[in-house]
Design a protein around this ligand. Structure first.
Ligand code: C2E
Ligand code: MG
Ligand code: MG
Length: 573
C-alpha cells in the first residue's frame, strides 16, 4: 500500500494486547501507511471469543505475554474460529528462540514493539497470503464436490449414485424392505445437440435435472450418469410404486422446456429394476435397469420393468455383438491419430491413437458407439491389442520425423489382463520402439474395480518406462492427492473444463489443476482446444501441451506424418 492512496483501505484489526498504549502505536503505524483501521482490543479469552464471533477480521496482532493470557493460547483459540486469519506477534519481551517457537505454533510473523517498521510490509504480505490460502481452500472444496457431482446439473454423479444405491440396498436387504432403481435416457437428445447446438443440449439437461428433482422426494436420489442418462433411487418403493413414480416423471419432463425462444418437449425411455425381485446388489440392479431401459427405448414404450427373458437377448444387441466379433476378424477397425503440440518447443511431440470402426452397413463409427459393448463382451482385449500394435507399427519408423510418443487409450478391463505388460514389451521389441515412445491413457475410475490388480499391472508398465497418462482428469473419482500414489507421468485435463475457458468459466479449476499437477511433477495436457482464445489462456497458465481441433482434428497416419513433418521443420527453420 502506498501512502498516497486516495481512498484508504479498510483494515479490520483485532489486537490481543493488555496495554492500550501499545495498541495505539500499532494502529498509528498502520493508519500512517494509509489504512483505514477499525480495531478492537481484547486481553482475555472470553473477550477474544466474543470478538471472533462478532465480526470478520482481516488481521490479528498479539502480544506474546500478558497477565493471565498468553499469545500462544490466543492463537490456538483463534484458529478454532478462522483457519486463515493472518496472525502476527507484536511483542517486546520476545527473544529469538521464543520467536522461533512462536512461529512453530502457527503465527505468521513476529515483530519487536521497539521497531514497528516491519509491521506494515508484514501486514500487506499476510493479507495477500491469506487471500491465496482462502482461494486454494475454495478450489479444493470445489474439486472435492466435483468428484461426486456432475458439473452441468450439480446432481450426484455415477460414483455418488453407486454409493447411495449400495447403501440403500444394504438397508433394504437387512430390514427386508423394498427399493427401486429407475434409469432414464432422453429420446432424440442427439438430434437436439446436432440441430440446436451443445449449448441448447446443456440447457435441456439442466431443465430435465431440475424437473426430476422437483418431482421426487428429498429421500430419493436423482443422479446424472453422463450424456443424457439419469438415474433415480427410490427407497422403500415396490414395483407398483416405481411404475407410478415413472409415469409422474415422464409426464413432468414432457411439459414444454423453453430454450432459446423455442419450446421443446422432451421425451424419455425409462427402465425399472426392483429389490428384491430383480436383484439384491447395486451392480445387479444397475445392470437390470439398464436392460429394461434398452427394451423401453428400442420398443418405444416409454416405461419397461425388467423381465428376465428380455435380458441380453434383445435382437439388436445380439446382432451388434456378432458384428463386433466379425469386425475384428475382418479388420474393420482402424486407427486415427490426433497430434499433441508441446507448448515449450511449439513442436508436435506426440499423437493420440483413436480407434474407429468401418461398419459394413453403418459406415464409420466412433468409439462412443461401440466401446461399451466391446467391454461388456470381452471383445475389448483383442481390440486393445490391435490398436496398440497398429499405433506402434505406424509410428515406429517414420522418415524425417523425430521420434514421437504415441498414446493409446486403455479401457478398464485392460489393466485386469495380467499379460498386458508382456504383450506390450513384445510388440515394442518387434518394431524396435523404445518403451518411452508409448503412452497409455487410463481414466481415474479404471482402478476402482480391482485396485490391487490394476495397480500391479500399472506399476509393471511404468517400470518398463512406458508413459502413463490420466485421461479426462476432473470427471472421475480421484483427487490430486490420490494421484500422488499412482505411477503416472502425465495428466490430461478433460475437454469439458477446457471448453469452459472460452466463456471465462472453469478458469480456477484449470489453473489449480495445472499448478497442483506441476507440484506432483506431472506434465499437463489440455484436451479439446477448439479456438485461439482457449489456447491463449492455457499458454498463460503454463500448460505443457495442447490437443484439439484447433491444433488439428484426428486423421490417418499418412496425413499426420505430412503435417507433422511440415510443422516441425517449419519451426526449426
Ligand atoms: P479421449 O481419450 O478423451 O479422446 C479425445 C476425444 O476428443 C476424441 O474423440 C477426439 O476426436 C475428441 N476431440 C479432439 N479434439 C477435440 C476438440 O477440439 N473438441 C471436442 N469436443 N472433441 C475433440 P473420439 O475419437 O470420439 O474418442 C472418444 C473416446 O473414446 C476417447 O476419449 C477415448 O476415451 C475412447 N477411445 C478412443 N479410442 C479408444 C481405444 O482404442 N480404446 C479404448 N478403450 N477407448 C478408446
Ligand atoms: Mg484419451
Ligand atoms: Mg480425454
Amino acid at each position: 500500500m502506498s501512502a498516497n492512496c486516495v481512498t484508504p483501505t479498510l483494515l479490520r484489526l483485532l489486537i490481543i494486547e493488555d496495554s492500550s498504549d501499545d495498541a495505539a502505536l500499532v494502529v498509528r503505524a498502520l493508519t500512517r501507511a494509509g489504512y483505514n483501521v477499525v480495531s478492537e482490543r481484547v486481553d482475555t479469552p472470553d473477550a477474544l471469543v466474543a470478538a471472533l464471533q462478532s465480526g470478520a477480521w482481516h488481521v490479528a496482532v498479539a502480544d506474546y505475554t500478558m497477565p493471565g493470557f498468553s499469545g500462544t493460547a490466543a492463537l490456538t483459540l483463534l484458529r478454532q474460529y478462522d483457519a486463515d486469519l493472518p496472525f502476527i506477534f507484536v511483542s517486546g519481551t520476545i527473544g529469538e528462540d521464543v520467536a522461533v517457537a512462536a512461529m512453530r505454533t502457527g503465527a505468521h510473523d513476529y515483530i519487536m514493539k521497539g521497531s514497528l517498521t516491519r509491521l506494515v510490509p508484514a501486514v500487506e504480505r499476510e493479507l495477500r497470503e491469506a487471500n491465496v490460502r482462502r482461494e486454494r481452500r475454495r478450489v479444493e472444496q470445489h474439486l472435492a464436490h466435483l468428484a461426486y457431482h456432475d458439473a452441468l446439473t450439480d446432481l450426484p454423479n455415477r460414483t455418488l449414485l453407486h454409493d447411495r444405491l449400495d447403501q440403500a440396498a444394504r438397508v433394504a436387504n437387512r430390514e427386508g424392505t423394498t427399493l427401486a432403481l429407475l434409469l432414464l435416457d432422453l429420446n432424440g437428445f442427439k438430434e437436439i445437440n446436432d440441430t440446436l447446438g451443445h449449448h441448447a443440449g446443456d440447457r435441456v439437461l439442466q431443465c430435465v435435472a431440475a424437473r426430476l428433482r422437483a418431482t421426487l422426494r428429498d429421500a430419493d436420489t436423482v443422479a446424472r450418469l453422463g450424456g443424457d442418462e439419469f438415474a433415480v433411487v427410490l427407497p422403500l418403493a415396490d414395483i407398483d410404486g416405481a411404475l407410478l413414480a415413472a409415469q409422474k416423471i415422464l409426464h413432468e419432463i414432457a411439459g414444454p422446456c423453453v430454450i432459446e425462444d423455442r419450446s421443446l418437449s422432451v421425451r424419455a425411455s425409462l427402465g425399472i429394476a426392483c429389490l428384491p425381485e430383480h436383484g439384491s446388489s447395486a451392480d445387479t440392479l444397475l445392470q437390470k435397469a439398464d436392460v429394461a431401459m434398452y427394451v423401453a427405448k428400442t420398443e418405444d414404450v416409454g416405461i419397461s420393468v425388467y423381465a428376465p427373458n428380455r435380458d441380453r437377448h434383445t435382437h439388436r444387441r445380439l446382432t451388434f455383438i456378432s458384428e463386433l466379433r466379425k469386425g475384428l476378424d475382418e479388420n474393420q477397425f482402424f486407427v486415427e491419430y490426433q497430434p499433441i503440440l508441446q507448448v515449450r518447443t511449439n513442436l508436435i511431440a506426440g499423437v493420440e491413437a483413436l480407434v474407429r470402426w468401418n461398419h459394413p452397413q453403418q459406415g464409420r463409427l466412433l468409439p462412443a458407439e461401440f466401446i461399451d459393448l466391446a467391454e461388456q463382451t470381452g471383445v475389448i482385449n483383442p481390440l486393445t491389442t490391435i490398436v496398440i500394435e497398429t499405433a506402434i507399427r505406424e509410428w515406429s519408423q517414420v522418415e524425417n520425423v523425430p521420434r514421437l510418443t504415441v498414446a493409446v487409450n486403455l479401457s478398464s478391463r485392460a489393466l485386469l489382463d495380467p499379460i498386458l505388460p508382456l504383450r506390450i514389451a513384445d510388440m515394442l521389441a518387434v518394431y524396435g520402439a523404445p518403451p518411452s515412445s508409448l503412452a497409455l491413457e487410463i481414466t481415474e475410475n479404471m482402478l476402482l474395480s480391482d485396485p490391487a490388480r490394476s495397480m500391479d499391472c500399472l506399476k509393471r508398465l511404468h517400470e518398463m518406462c512406458v508413459r502413463i497418462a490420466i485421461d479426462d482428469f476432473g470427471t472421475g473419482y480421484s483427487s490430486l492427492s490420490y494421484l500422488r500414489r499412482l505411477p503416472v507421468d502425465e495428466l490430461k485435463i478433460d475437454r469439458s473444463f477446457v471448453a469452459g475457458l472460452a466463456s471465462g468459466q472453469d478458469e480456477v479449476i484449470v489453473r489449480s489443476t495445472i499448478d497442483l499437477a506441476h507440484n506432483l511433477g506431472l506434465t499437463v495436457v489440455a484436451e479439446g482446444v477448439e479456438n485461439a482464445a482457449v489456447l491463449q489462456r492455457l499458454l498463460a497458465m503454463g500448460c505443457d501441451a495442447v490437443q484439439g481441433r484447433f491444433i488439428s482434428p484426428p486423421g490417418d497416419a499418412a496425413a499426420n506424418r505430412g503435417r507433422i513433418r511440415e510443422q516441425n521443420l517449419l519451426d526449426q527453420s
